[in-house]
Design a protein around this ligand. Structure first.
Ligand code: FES
Ligand code: FES
Length: 215
């Protein structure tokens, strides 16, 4: 079967009922999404499917009906040259402790800010259901606030690159083959599937009606 991951079409010869997380990590060498609970409760495995956050540990491959974005492909998906505003804010606020949950946290936060550039506390609480055993929740909230402020300043200045990671107009560029966690990076024993081809730029997911600036 075929899926698109971070702008690259991939072919998998596996059970269609295999969870997407297994396919990403063990067969495609995409290691950003993490295995935590395996039952859809913790969010460590969060990726985007068609631009919407999804828990890849409980999503069967056969149910993946849109391009997949992982944290490795997040900057390209949002049109950033380097880090997204959310990732820069995570660094500025020194959010991670052990870091295990953080790729999932960032994917959830980036989707929130893409759709709601100035989220209320209630909106943050609703969107950020990911768990963190290190208790970084106050820093996560601070980083979301910081990223929102960065995006607001960039928008007010009328220049997408005003803030780090703010050059995030909707992506028109497929993920480069040598992007982080390259598709043919080493994975579990057994040769990882090779990428098939770059897909059309419009295969990179973005939410309908998403504003031009990234989040
Ligand atoms: S590992 Fe998927 S939700 Fe916990
Ligand atoms: S930073 Fe350790 S689990 Fe979240």
């Amino acid at each position: 079967m075929k899926i698109v991951v971070n702008g690259v079409a991939r072919t998998l010869e596996v059970d269609p009922q295999m969870p997407l997380l297994w396919a990403l990590r063990d067969h495609l060498g995409v290691l950003g999404p993490k295995y935590g609970c395996g039952v859809g409760a913790c969010g460590a495995c969060t990726v985007w499917i068609g631009g919407a956050p999804a828990r890849s540990c409980v999503t069967a491959l056969e149910d993946v009906d849109a391009p997949v974005t992982t944290i490795e492909g997040l900057p390209a998906a949002l049109g950033a040259q380097d880090l997204t505003a959310v990732q820069q804010a995570w660094i500025d606020e020194q959010v991670p402790q052990c870091g295990y949950c953080q790729s999932g946290q960032i994917m959830a936060a980036a989707a929130l800010l893409r759709d709601d550039p100035a989220p209320s506390d209630a909106a943050i609480d609703e969107a950020m259901s990911n768990l963190c055993r290190c208790g970084t929740y106050p820093r996560i909230r601070a980083a979301i606030r910081r990223a929102a402020a960065m995006l607001a300043r960039a928008s007010a200045a009328g220049e997408g690159a005003a803030a780090p990671g703010a050059d995030q107009a909707a992506s028109e560029t497929p993920v480069a083959p040598d992007a982080p966690a390259a598709p043919d990076a080493p994975a579990a024993p057994g040769a990882p599937a090779a990428p098939d081809a770059q897909v059309a730029p419009d295969a990179v997911p973005s939410a309908p009606g998403a504003p031009a600036e990234e989040r």
